[in-house]
Design a protein around this ligand. Sequence first.
Ligand code: TRP
Ligand code: ZN
Length: 479
Amino acid sequence: MQIGHDVRFQPLRTSVAAAAVAATLTLPLAGPTTAAPGSPGEPRYSAGAASVGDLYFPDQGNGGFDVQHYDIKFTYDPATKRLNATTTISAVATQDLDQFNLDFRGPAITKLAVNGKPMDYQQGDEEVVVTPRPKLKTGQTFTTVVAYAGVPPVITDPDGSIEGWVPTDDGAFVAGEPQGSAAWFPGNNHPTDKATFTLTATVPEGKTAVGNGQLISQQTADGWTTFTWDSTEPMATYLATVTIGDFAVTRSTTPSGIPVYVAVDLRLVDRSAAAVARIPDIVDYFSSVFGPYPFASTGAIIDRAPNVGYALETQTKPIFSNAPSIGTMAHELAHQWYGDSVSLERWSDIWLNEGFATYASWLYTEHTGGATAQQTFNSNSNYGRAASSSFWQISMIDPGPVDMFSNVPYNRGAMTLHALRGKIGDDAFFKLIKEWATMHRYGNANTADFVQLAEKVSGMDLTHFFDVWVYQAGKPTSW
Ligand code: TRP
Ligand code: ZN
């Protein structure tokens, strides 16, 4: 814990406070709405909530403001693993604020300013508490600048996997699902608060720093190269990356004209070639099935991070911790529509991300002459699993933080979509998934929203269908 100037040592109990908030409130949360005395129209200042109330990660997210833009600038030296960073957060106050929290698990803060003035703050293990003066009024846009320096942490998740800022032998693998973005920048770390990003990374000459969005400049001076990346569409914090290493970079465009930027660890170029070659075809095929690709560019980051072992749908450029298969490439690119553009409202709905991306890869396999989606549905790793398997017992509507990345949201999620397609017919199903992508583009949605749209598009009562496939545990036998 570090303390800002003029603030006496006072340990923070953020997790207790956040758990109390989480236990009493449901999403989406506004800030406290105490009816304070005072004449109408007078500001009623209070502290922004220390959590958005997502039960899976009760410390994550904050109330009282809405982030518009993150401008993150840093220098990283792989030799020392030190990050020297300044993050500027542009936000709008959604209540009259005399205090607000930022989620942050990174190194020691050296300076924090609001609207250009140094401010009091307290840095705890997971939260920074800021007391802005003058206080902030509802609707006011304000800028928070946070400077910090040190070694950013690797974060371990409830399921034992690692994320955040993971040093590699040639740089760093940077991924933030579900919690890890707070390892390297302060902010509002929940998918309900999306923002645009500018990422500027300075790394030793010869290294490449690959971020989300479009590369707008790359300049070398005095042995250091600075890369500036611009994300022009809103992005959830967990999808942000600036991954650093010795990369082979190739640039191209898809047949329909979307710019492609691919960075591959020099040791993985041959083993990645087949999946990389498919990127343009995958993006254009999915555009034809799901509707227009939602972002201004696409690509991939293929890194060598053997201790990570998973891939992530980092916005515009999914990241892989090893050479990917074509199926994994298709899965991560499908998330650009489902997960990245249409995002979760709460983590318990993770099947909406993983089921859609998994089903999309089944469709791509069929499209390219492999197993049909029906054959994949029937297989022993899917509907063929015995009813007694634990696979059917875990709740899909609420798998919990330990099982959120188990095969349940992935495979049962994909089976749910395939079964729905059988139930409502191809015309309604493909209309539905396109409409889902259009209606919630750059937004957030939940399972009830999906059920409602499915009923509207199909004109059918799907209560029983979603009960047996989504809301209840057990292997569905009739739907
Ligand atoms: N969402 C990723 C995918 O399906 C997987 C993932 C992200 C993950 N973070 C994780 C898996 C943590 C296990 C643990 O592509
Ligand atoms: Zn996925």
